[in-house]
Design a protein. Structure first.
Length: 241
């Protein structure tokens, strides 16, 4: 799911990608809120909070929300530049490399939270996770040609409404039945993305309460295994060509 590109991607490939990484994004988002009271992936809410703090002239808090948004954008920018470089040089595993980088940074952040809690405070966690959520979202968006977004729940919910409307019109015989399988597949894809994000959020709270800062080490380890497995498949595929 982190190797196939363009025409080689299927509904099943995108569904696995959406379910896996939306689960991770949901877990990190709610765990960050549980730890420090801020969301790392909710840019709609963070921009709204930024505007509210600016309106109230609460400049230090406004600056904090501005930093969260900027780091999310920076993570997306960095990820896209790395992907563009990989695609120009025919590196099929560039998406897996991105996820491996996310995993290593999560492991580093988790180690800092466990061994140096007085240095790695809540502010460092939320800002770091915002960067990583931007990085991850760019990976998913680019490899799926924008069919999947693991942190953009507002857009995914909108897509669900669109697909439902198209299916309703097909039932009402206002639209051709020719494309009904496509609409159904899209509906299932977007539905599974939101469901995975929701379940990840619930699991993230539970896991954080059980493991504390070690939660980041667990998520980082899981992503590292996922990325290394994809890198191994890419190497075997290249060797067989």
């Amino acid at each position: 799911m982190l190797i196939r590109q363009d025409e080689a991607r299927t509904f099943i490939t995108d569904s696995r990608l959406a379910a896996t990484l939306a689960l991770v994004a949901g877990a990190l988002n709610t765990a960050a809120f549980e730890a420090v009271g801020f969301f790392s992936a909710n840019m709609t809410g963070n921009v709204s909070s930024l505007s509210e703090r600016l309106a109230r002239a609460e400049l230090p808090l406004a600056l904090f929300f501005f930093e969260i948004v900027c780091l999310f954008i920076l993570g997306s920018t960095f990820s896209t530049l790395l992907i563009n470089h990989g695609r120009r040089h025919g590196i099929r595993s560039v998406y897996a490399i991105n996820i491996l980088l996310e995993a290593l940074l999560l492991l580093l952040l988790g180690a800092a939270e466990v061994f140096f809690p007085q240095v790695a405070g809540g502010i460092l966690m939320i800002l770091s996770l915002s960067f990583l959520m931007g990085l991850q979202n760019a990976v998913v968006t680019r490899i799926s040609n924008a069919r999947v977004r693991t942190t953009h729940v507002s857009g995914t919910a909108t897509d669900i409404g669109i697909e439902l409307a198209m299916l309703v019109d097909i039932v009402r015989r206002k639209e051709s039945t020719e494309y009904s399988p496509i609409y159904l597949q899209r509906l299932m894809l977007h539905g599974s993305t939101i469901t995975a994000f929701l379940l990840g959020g619930v699991g993230g709270i539970w896991l954080y309460k059980m493991t504390g800062a070690g939660f980041l080490l667990l998520i980082g380890g899981f992503l590292a295994l996922l990325a290394l497995n994809a890198l191994g498949k890419a190497r075997r595929t290249k060797a067989g060509e």
